[in-house]
Write a protein that binds this ligand. Structure first.
Ligand code: DON
Length: 309
């Protein structure tokens, strides 16, 4: 395993020059596009760490999976899916175009507009961000996960597109709270500082339908995990979700901080970090590590053999 993981890293390194760090959130522009790290945790508790696995980065859109979990826990299935759909978009993650229809319902919870709508469903509790942080810490098994204040402030300052989406949705009564309060929560959710091991721990819990296989601890209801993994398959990689499903075949979620988290059913949790992004906002290095591992370890969800596409 260790050998395959290192080979995957070498393979991915040859592609890093094709990507660029995100700049639309100024604080993210400080990322180093050469950094590459990964963590893989198997069901029997073996942990493999390589490269810059300790490097902290902001969770960004990977938080959208946890926001959806919390929304379903707080507001329930009916309410959440009265606010947001479950269909892939084919548009960029920060696109506004579909909101300008008869109603401003976002197509799914994995794009910015959809995550803002699900964040609003998390606000029926006393301390929404506090509870979100606690949930993230439990799923990632680390009590010291915290907010990256500089990234949060930077997102807040540069978040005009997200604000525009929120105001459109407030106008259409999709948000039940003030648009500014909802985007504030959304920006905080995106700005948590994590490392590859944190996300691999979380991915392992998803791989076991809400139970941590190491401790037996039941962390999430299986119906919620099923919904989250389904949306990771269909929408987790934005408008590259179809291509990723075909070439890699691992339920995954990416973020513009450079992380991709992947969950391999009953086998492993996996997370890779590299801040060099492709034009669709997915990490070049993380994508390639997953592609390599899927091929050489036969991880594609339809893999009867290890054949490369
Ligand atoms: O709202 C934003 O644009 C960011 N906080 C999150 C976007 C993101 O991670 C999309 N990822 N590929």
């Amino acid at each position: 395993m260790e050998r395959t993981l290192n080979d995957a890293m070498d393979y991915a390194r040859t592609f890093l020059h094709t990507g660029k760090v995100a700049t639309y959130i100024p604080e993210l522009a400080k990322g180093d596009s050469e950094q590459l790290g990964a963590c893989l945790i198997t069901t029997d508790g073996e942990v493999y760490r390589v490269g810059d696995w300790q490097q902290e980065f902001t969770i960004q859109s990977i938080s959208k999976t946890i926001t959806l979990i919390m929304a379903l826990q707080v507001a329930g299935y009916e309410k959440v899916f009265s606010k947001v759909g479950v269909e892939p978009t084919g548009d960029a993650f920060n696109s506004l175009v579909r909101l300008e229809t008869k109603t401003a319902h976002p197509l799914n919870p994995m794009i910015n507009a959809g995550a803002i709508a699900t964040a609003s469903c998390c606000m029926d509790v006393k301390d929404p961000f506090g509870e979100f942080l606690e949930l993230t810490r439990r799923l990632c098994r680390r009590d010291t996960i915290h907010l990256n204040e500089a990234v949060f402030q930077s997102e807040k300052k540069a978040g005009m597109r997200n604000r525009s989406m929120a105001y459109l949705m407030e106008d259409d009564n999709i948000l039940e709270y003030d648009a500014e309060d909802v985007v504030d929560l959304y920006f905080r959710m995106c700005s948590l500082s994590v490392n590859a091991e944190d996300l691999a721990n979380y991915a392992l819990v998803l791989a076991h339908n809400g139970v941590d296989p190491r401790s037996g601890e039941h962390l999430l209801d299986d119906w919620i995990v099923r919904i989250v993994k389904t949306l990771m398959v269909t929408c987790g990689m934005y408008d590259a979700s179809g291509e990723f499903a075909m070439k890699v075949g691992i339920p995954a979620k990416s973020g513009v901080g450079g992380g991709i988290m992947g969950t391999v059913e009953r086998k492993m949790g996996l997370a890779v970090f590299n801040p060099a992004l492709d034009p669709k906002g997915n990490s070049v290095g993380a994508y390639r590590v997953m592609e390599y591992l899927s091929h050489y370890l036969g991880l594609h969800y339809f893999s009867g053999s290890n054949s490369m596409i």
